[in-house]
Design a protein around this ligand. Sequence first.
Ligand code: FAD
Ligand code: NAD
Length: 395
Amino acid sequence: NRLPRIVILGAGYGGIVTAIRLQKELNYNEADVTLVNKHDYHYITTNLHMPAAGTDDPKNARINILNIIDEFKIVFVKATVKEIRPHERKIVLDEGVLSYDYLVIGLGGEPETFGIPGMKEYAMHIRSLNSVNLIREHIEYQFAKFKQEPYRREYLTFVVGGAGFTGIEFVAELAERIPKLCKQFDVDPSWTKIYSIEAAPSILPGFDQELVEYARKTLEDNGVEFIVGTPIKECYQDGVVLATGEEIKTTTVVWTGGIRGNSLLEKAGFDVVRGRVQVDPYLRVPGHDNIYVVGDCSIVMNAEGKPYPPTAQIAMQQGISVAHNLVATIRNEGLREFKFESKGTVASLGKRNAIAIVGNRKLKGYKASLLKKLIDIRYLYMIGGIPLVIRKARF
Ligand code: FAD
Ligand code: NAD
């Protein structure tokens, strides 16, 4: 009689929380649990805007998976998932094949470029430690190149496409970093330009108006130029073209215009909307009672029938719910429906500044940025206890 095999794909917010809850709730000899991730570390996606701009060391966003999982309870496989075969209950990896009885898919999102010509080829993205290392090194290199060709101002022009939360958090870090690079490379700061370009009529569309105004003013004071109500319609090697026909010459475009689910879900034959599966009340793929989807690959509807935005907050709560339901299934107990409980939203505007809504309270400035730090610490505690807080928390 073999044990039921649970395979978790992806060690992001959804996947790692599922794994950690399973290791807590399962007794020995109740199930074989395998966690698959393409790196041997978990990255704190919610902080990637900082190493991307170079305002924080990338090692602060990197956590070794073997430091936080119990290898007696969970087998970790460092591999890239190539294919999900739901009808054979198999996962094809870059090296080898895994079989499962229960599957949890937490493979995260991919940049959504809406078919904008050149965006895939020429823009950079804030998605992983590797992708942000590229952005940081690229930005420094532009300063070095400008010193070689000082007539080419496009080296000092930085375009961020999309002013949702990712775009705004990144542009705020960039506004702190660029003056430092100017000093380091002996460049007149007035030669640099940071553009944040947004298709909607306002930055942070849909967010509280007063906080949006505060964010806009803070960032403008720090040198960010906003162009709103103007989609980017093309990206090429030396610049972007706006819907107005205007061209901005730049050698640096960071695309933060949205995300979609991992393309492996569509390839698996699941019904998807922008790569994401609308899951059942237990977070399972409709028609596949043994497959759960968490995080940016899933769609959960709110009471008004609109999808919740894909966030780390919902991914973590989904991880807890899926772990509970997997244990219940194995023990022949009843399943619990998933209910998202919003704890609020905090967006950073640089090192000591942020905006936040918690319940019906609005916060801005230093207090809001402290709240962000507390959320980070709570997460570190949840996945790694006090030792991880001591090693990784940024007080
Ligand atoms: P991810 O955390 O993206 O993890 C996916 C994992 O799957 C990764 O470990 C990846 O390596 C692995 N993987 C991918 N493909 C493969 C493959 N083929 N094979 C093997 N492994 C694979 N949300 C909030 O709630 N609050 C915030 O403050 C916040 N801030 C953010 C700031 C930034 C800069 C960004 C970019 C996002 C932010 N978000 C925030 C959103 C949040 O980060 C995501 O919603 C969350 O990371 C989604 O979690 P996930 O588990 O779905 O995927
Ligand atoms: P998003 O989809 O929320 O925002 C993308 C922005 O790009 C939108 O404002 C959109 O209007 C704009 N856009 C789209 N096409 C464009 C074009 N052609 N030209 C110019 N602008 C264009 O994506 P995101 O900011 O990456 O966020 C993804 C998810 O992660 C969201 O659910 C968000 O809530 C979450 N997130 C949360 C936080 C936080 O809570 N602090 C931080 C980052 C991300």
